[in-house]
Write a protein that binds this ligand. Sequence first.
Ligand SMILES: Cc1ncc(COP(=O)(O)O)c(C=O)c1O
Length: 459
Amino acid sequence: MTLDLPANDLSRVIEADRAHIWHHLLQHKPLEENDPRIIVEGKGINVWDASGKEYLDAVSGGVWTVNVGYGRESIANAVRDQLVKLNYFAQSAGSIPGSLFAEKLISKMPGMSRVYYVNSGSEANEKVFKMVRQIAHKRHGGKKHKILFRERDYHGSTIATISAGGQPERNAQYGPYTPGFVEVPHCCEYRAQWDVENYGERAADAIEEVILREGPETVGALCLEPVTAGGGVITPPEGYWERVQEICAKYEILLHIDEVVCGIGRTGKWFGYQQYGIKPDFVTMAKGVASGYAAIACMVTTEKVFEMFKDDASDPMNYFRDISTFGGCTAGPAAALENMRIIEEEGLLENTAAMGERLMANLHALMEKHAVIGDVRGKGLFCGAELVADRVSKEPVDEKLAQAVVAECGAQGVIIGVTNRSLPGLNNTLCLSPALIASPDDIDRITDAIDNALTKVFG
Ligand SMILES: Cc1ncc(COP(=O)(O)O)c(C=O)c1O
C-alpha cells in the first residue's frame, strides 16, 4: 500500500494529528502553535521526522523499547508470514509461535516455567496482582493479599498499577486508588535516607520494617523493578537484593520482578534480575520482548505457582479465571521469536555489556567536566545522569533546565530522555537507552551531544 500523500509533504498528516490525536504524556496547548513531532521512518538506531531531519535515537523509541533497532525486515517477514497463516485465536487454545516463543523464553529463565500472554506491561503486572489475590483467597482465607511496591518504581498506567506506583506525580488526581497496596522506601543511595555503611542491606531492612508493621500474615507479594527505570535509573546498592530475597523467604512473600524495561537484553543479560542472582516467583516483561514490532507482553511464573491453580480440578473456581483478548494475537510471539534470534545471532547481549561500559565511562568523563552532573547510574545500555544545582547540597536542577538539555540534544540530532512528571522536584535525571546494536561511534555521539548541551544550558 502506498500513502495517498504528495511526495515529501506531510502537511495533511500534521493537520490530521493536530485535529484528532490525543498524544500520550503531552500537554497539548503548545501544539496549537507548534507542529506535533511525527516520526516517519527508522533504520538501525536512527529515525527521521516529518521534516526529514535525522536523529540518533538514544531512547529506543522514546521509552526503551526498540531493542534490536528499526527496519528489521526479518521480523516484518516473520509477522507477515504468521498473519497470513493465522492472525488470531483466543489463548484458551494454543498457537505455533505462542508455544515456540514460550519454550525459547523459558530456556533463558532457569527456575521459571509458565508464560501467560497479554498485551501491555501494565496488564502483565495486573495479572500477577490478580494471581496473588487469588492465592491469598485459596490458601490464606483472603488475608495475605497485600502487595508491596517501592517508592520511585512504576508498574503501569491502570488504576491498580498506579496504586502500586511509587511516583506521586504520575498518580496525583487519579485516586481513589485500589486498596491493599503498600509502599516501601526506595533504595537510591545518592538520595540516601540512612547514614550507614551497608546501605543496600539497610534499604532492604526497611522493607522488613514495613512487613512487620503491616503484619507478615497480610503481605502476599513484593513487586520491584530490578533497576528502577522512569523513577530515575536507580541501580540497587550492593547487598540489597540478597537481603530482599532473604526477607521474602522468611515471610513467605512472593517476589514479583517487573522486567518491562530491563527484560530481553537491556542491561546486558536476558533479564535484569539475572544481574543480581534473584530468584523471582513472577517476572513481567513487555517493551523489548518484540522490540515494538508487535504488541506483546508476558507474565512468567514458576511451576510451583502454576500448580496452585490446578491442584483441585473438582473445584470449578480453582483456576485462573482470566483472559486477555489480544494475548491471542500471534504476531507478538512470531515477532518475539525473531527478535530473540537476532539478539543471539548478532551477539547483542555482549554488545550491550561492552557499549554500556563505554557509555558509563563517557558519562563519568562528563561528570569531571560538568559540575551539574551529580550522579551517574546504570547497567548495560540503560543509564541515567542526575543533574544538580549544587553537588554538596544535591539540590536538583530546575526541571525546565533538564528539559532544555534534552531539547539541545534534539537540536543536535540526538534524542535523549529525562524523568518526566514522576517525582515532585526530582524530574532531573537524563535517561539513555539506545538500541542494543549501538556502536562505539553512536555512544560517543550521544555523550558528545550531552556535553555540548550541558555547556550551552549551564555554561
Ligand atoms: C517498569 C515498567 N513497568 C510497567 C510499565 C507499563 O507498561 P505499559 O506501558 O506497556 O503498560 C512500564 C512502562 O513504562 C514500566 O516502565
